[in-house]
Design a protein around this ligand. Sequence first.
Ligand code: NAD
Length: 424
Amino acid sequence: METTLKKQGMYENVMRQFNRAADTLKLDEGIRKILASTNSEIVVHFPVKMDDGRIEVFNGYRVQHNNALGPYKGGLRFHPTVDIDAARALAIWMTWKTALAGLPYGGGKGGVSIDPSKYSLAELERITRRFTFSLGENIGPDVDIPAPDVNTNPQIMAWIADTFASTKSPSTRMVNMHVVTGKPVGSGGLEGRDRATGFGVVATIKQWAKKENIDLKGKRYIVQGFGNVGYWASHFLSHLGAILIAVQDETGTYYNHEGINPEDLLAYSSKHRGKVAGYGNATEIPAEDFFGLECDILIPAALGSQITLDNVHQIKAQLIAEGANGPTNIDAEEVLLSRGVRIIPDILCNAGGVIGSYFEWLQNKRSENWKIEEVLEKIEDKLALSFQKTIDTADEFQTDWRTGAYMVALKRIEQTYKERGVFP
Ligand code: NAD
């Protein structure tokens, strides 16, 4: 599908968001210069043997934006749109996200430019392991800790952890297994990390509903992307009585006025390589009609730069909860804000994932096993705090919620630099 492959313009978007918030905050000029650039950018080209014996060379990326608050943290994405600009933008968003959530992390992101559906499982394993090997000492449990993102999952995290630990001294094996979060539970993963992002999306929607005195029961919502974030957000929101009326992924757009049962759709997509194409309990509609559907809440949970000046005028929802990173272009956002549409910004809305990752990292460091109920409760508490700080700051500076969220994050990083100074 053309939209999947077109260049996403996310880097320009994140920098414009940053400049807007830095201006409003009157951020220290020196710190602004530091944060406007990335600390390091790693590009690797690595060979992998295919099942038929051919050699293919892949391009992998890891961008480390800033580590003033702690080790770099952020996902690895396997997708054809991964390039240095996408990795930069996504790494920068991670810095703001971890700072806003009050975590002891900086921001990093990366991935491989690849369409994983074209490779066998054995090939994907070799690609993942060789990519990990190529990243070498640039990642590590106290250096830079990757996690799942688009088209990567606990299995891929397990291969990364095993490769990383296997290429280090055997005496450090257990510690080095903690190089990634989002691992399978049997390999040191956290119970509930799988649902943490979608759960967090819904936790922030609940905060919005509480603030606006809105009953979520019966509210109609649409979801773009039915992967990890899209499914779990639908699961939790439908449990609150809201009605999922349309889902779009890269293979199709499905609508049912009476409602789509997320569990039924998951049962279907799980049997069809995770895709919704051909789903029988809803009607297929043209992809371009998706954003214009009559609904209360829109959850983008796929790729960046999906809501643009081309489609923003169709949007009917009163709330956009950004499960995806960077789904709304800044020009389109201005149109939405002028119409009074609320946006829960990505760095707040989808932060449940990295908060869950932080708990996994802590659990690993302490050799503990946390219960899922405890994990979800702690994620909800942290998000409630971030939500409150965001709206308080936005109110104080008479600005939108995204700028408010950025300002909370930037203030925290600015304070650190002011306290520690810049070496030497
Ligand atoms: P995923 O690979 O599990 O799912 C991605 C979904 O997007 C799939 O359903 C796919 O078909 C769909 N998609 C891809 N291209 C599309 C297109 N052009 N139009 C419509 N749908 C399309 O990935 P995920 O982990 O659910 O991540 C989704 C988004 O959430 C990404 O922006 C990611 O950065 C963000 N995010 C993920 C996490 C996490 O913990 N996984 C955390 C924070 C943010």
